[in-house]
Design a protein around this ligand. Sequence first.
Ligand SMILES: *Cc1c(COP(=O)(O)O)cnc(C)c1O
Length: 413
Amino acid sequence: MSDKPNYGFTTTILHNDRRKSIEHNSLHKPIHTSVAFGYTDARQLASVFQGKEPGFRYGRQGNPTVSALEDKISKMEDGVASLCFGTGMAAIGALAQALLRAGDHVVSSSFLFGNTNSLWNTVAAQGTEVSFVDATDVANVEAALKPNTRLVFVETIANPRTQIADLARIGALCRARGILYVVDNTMTTPYLFRPKAVGAGLVVNALTKSIGGHGMALGGAVTDTGVFDWSAYPNIADNFRRQPSAAQGMAQLRAKALRDFGASLAPEAAHHIAVGAETLALRMERTCANALALARMLEADDRVAAVHYPGLESHPQHKLASEQFRAYGSLFSFELKEGIDCFDYLNRLKVAIPASNLGDTRTLVIPVAHTIFFEMGAERRASMGIAESLIRVSVGIEDTADLLADFGNALNG
Ligand SMILES: *Cc1c(COP(=O)(O)O)cnc(C)c1O
């Protein structure tokens, strides 16, 4: 296969390793566990270290198995380069550490994965100012911009309330102002949406979730889409300015985030994630269909107070989601009417499992305010629209009828 033909999403992912290099004719990329990489010519070692020729130096900064996964993610996101990290949070944390300095300013959506919200507070404590805004409307982002705003950070579909950022308009705003636009694509995955299409310079994916899909390996990735002009970014250190402008951001990220902070992805985990990624499209088709069926059923039931799912016409950004995403995602959340205890409800479920991961093949449920959003307190929860009875559902690939029966029967008490 050449690189030229325009193969579909899954064909591209499946055959990418083989197109790069075939080691011992193996169809799957082997797991390279070696930490060090030896060279018969010592000059070649030096030249790899100096970046004059490609090659691996030391496992913290790069590994062939991880590199094969990075390449697949770049293909999925239509990006120019990707870097993998030990977790999704490591990817976001490393990005913040590598690209921000004290005195900078960040605008972030206030509808965020809870740990990312907490991370921005850590970043703020280190001297970068962070403004949280309702990013469902570009006007709020624009109003928050300052001369020292270095980046705007949003999620595609926010977890757990499923608010959708004003993705395209924020992209146009960032482009006009020359600001780096970072989109966390975890909830949509590159199968449902490519942030490059709305002008994102960097895309974050928590590989732990739907891309891996099996819930058996943690991982994260940052992809450079090639859209952002790094020569205009103030925080690139002099030694990375020597690279072509397109490569400067990733060169600094690799050095600072992987070499200095060491948040590297283990080759075994990279292998697990790469195997999962092959079926991303198939799983997303199924989980999105299951999620829509469940959300519709619950919305029609008068014992349910609210259902938050972009696939429902009642969702405030339903139209936006229909225009931008291939489907509406695997995650929804809902609130039970007063009088039905959410813990009792969860305990009556026989198929869905109370657990905190998402994007798993199995359907997982969690009482949000009492677990993942507990630490932030009631006031911040209220500002994020998190009801105390909110149940988040990460929909799996089970048979639709079994899920409908499970969630329906649990309402009957
Ligand atoms: C889970 C998640 C992360 C963090 O990923 P981990 O691998 O758990 O560290 C970041 N962003 C979003 C939207 C997530 O759902």
